[in-house]
Ligand binder design. Structure first.
Ligand code: DQA
Length: 147
């Protein structure tokens, strides 16, 4: 199975960005771990980060028929983007929503996710490990569907 790990705005700054909230692991390290862990559970992982909503939309559209599923940390677009929600609903791919921080324990404006209603599920609060948990969840879902 092919899986795209898609990261949105400001996540390129991980490692130096509010480490007390997001940890000190860089995005490169997270992406490397996703590729490694994916390989160990039978997922061929590619990754993309963009600060631009349109680029994220294009990547979701291009994933249709190419990827088996998506891991998505949409950053702050999580809380604002009806366009991302519509894109996910349109491509009919299983999406696991990921956040490093526990968005439900933070400001009220972070509690609302436009991704959640169209996602398979949401994993948040486990720092960089959230991505690994998300890959495991997606792998289990894909395995269940392929039998
Ligand atoms: C985030 C949480 C969002 O609220 C925030 O805007 C981010 C990162 C997370 O991974 O914890 O950019 O998605």
């Amino acid at each position: 199975h092919n899986v795209l790990v898609l990261n949105g705005p400001n996540l390129n700054l991980l490692g130096t960005r509010q480490p007390e909230v997001y940890g000190s692991t860089t995005l490169h390290m997270i992406e490397d771990r996703c590729v490694q862990h994916g390989a160990s559970i039978g997922l061929d992982v590619t990754h993309l980060q963009s600060n631009h909503e349109g680029v994220l939309l294009d990547a979701i559209h291009a994933a249709r028929g190419v990827q088996s599923g998506l891991i998505l940390n949409a950053g702050a677009f999580t809380h604002t983007s009806i366009a991302l929600m519509d894109a996910i609903a349109s491509v009919e791919l299983p999406v696991v929503e990921v956040h490093l921080s526990n968005i439900h324990a933070r400001e009220t404006f972070r509690h609302r996710s436009y991704i959640a209603p169209v996602a398979l599920g949401q994993i948040c609060g486990f720092g960089a490990h959230s991505y690994i948990l998300a890959l495991d969840a997606l792998a289990a879902h894909l395995k269940a569907g392929s039998t």
